[in-house]
Design a protein around this ligand. Structure first.
Ligand code: FES
Length: 237
């Protein structure tokens, strides 16, 4: 069947402003939106720029605005949309456009680094692995599914108004280490998040949870950080 794709185009090196370009693609209902973008690029217009790698929902590089909703292009099929085979494809909101559908993710990853996304322990390194019990691991297992696609942060209304706000993805990663019983940097992690640029910036709008392609309860996890902060305060008084 014939599908129409209206695609955002912008090359800051030559264009004064963005434009939209229309393509017609012969597609199967079971084709992924990513397949359709590939058909455009390979058969019609090699200048169209977008990111992807795994094509299987693992690398997180092809989050886009598809018909106004943030989705992974490799996780949505043509038949998933009830738009009479018409698609509007745009880059992730919030991020600066580098070219066409490619956005600058550097500020996103910088915030991820800020929360120290690794295990910190002041205990002597064991001779083998640092073992963990299943119940503790289960308490933050959903957070381990994050693929850092940026969908949550792109959807977040707070991230749009406060540039310093860490954003849902970085906060989710912070939660993952706060909940891990092997990590001993709890106090300094919580001190970093106890402000409006951290956990208290979240106003529980749930948009991040709604768009997460991995179904991670992001808003709840940020709420858990707020509880950790309150429990830490109680310990001190
Ligand atoms: Fe890797 Fe879609 S291309 S998640």
């Amino acid at each position: 069947m014939k599908c129409t794709f209206v695609v955002y185009r912008f090359d800051p090196a030559v264009d004064k402003k963005p434009r939209y370009q229309q393509y017609t693609v012969e597609a199967e209902p079971t084709d992924k939106i990513l397949d359709c973008l590939n058909k455009i690029r390979w058969d019609q217009d090699p200048t169209l720029s977008y990111r992807y790698s795994c094509a299987h929902g693992i690398c997180g590089s092809d989050a886009l605005l598809i018909n106004g909703r943030i989705e992974l292009a490799c996780q949505r099929l043509v038949r998933d949309f009830k738009t009479a085979n018409n698609f509007v494809i745009e880059p992730l909101p919030l991020f600066r456009v580098i070219k066409d559908l490619i956005v600058d993710m550097d500020p996103f990853f910088e915030k991820h680094r800020e929360v120290r996304p690794y295990l910190i322990s002041d205990e002597e390194p064991p001779e083998t692995e640092r073992l963990q019990d299943a119940a503790n691991q289960g308490s933050f297992e959903p957070a381990l599914r994050c693929i850092l696609c940026g969908s949550c942060t792109a959807s977040c209304p707070i991230s749009r108004t406060n540039e310093k706000y860490l954003g849902p993805a970085a906060l989710l990663r912070a939660f993952r280490y706060l909940a891990d019983s092997r990590d001993t940097a709890t106090e300094s992690r919580l001190a970093q998040l106890d402000n409006e640029d951290g956990a208290w910036g979240c106003k529980t709008m749930w948009w991040c949870t709604d768009v997460c392609p991995k179904g991670i309860p992001i808003t709840k996890s940020i709420g858990q950080i707020k509880r950790f902060i309150k429990e830490e305060e109680k310990k001190k008084h």
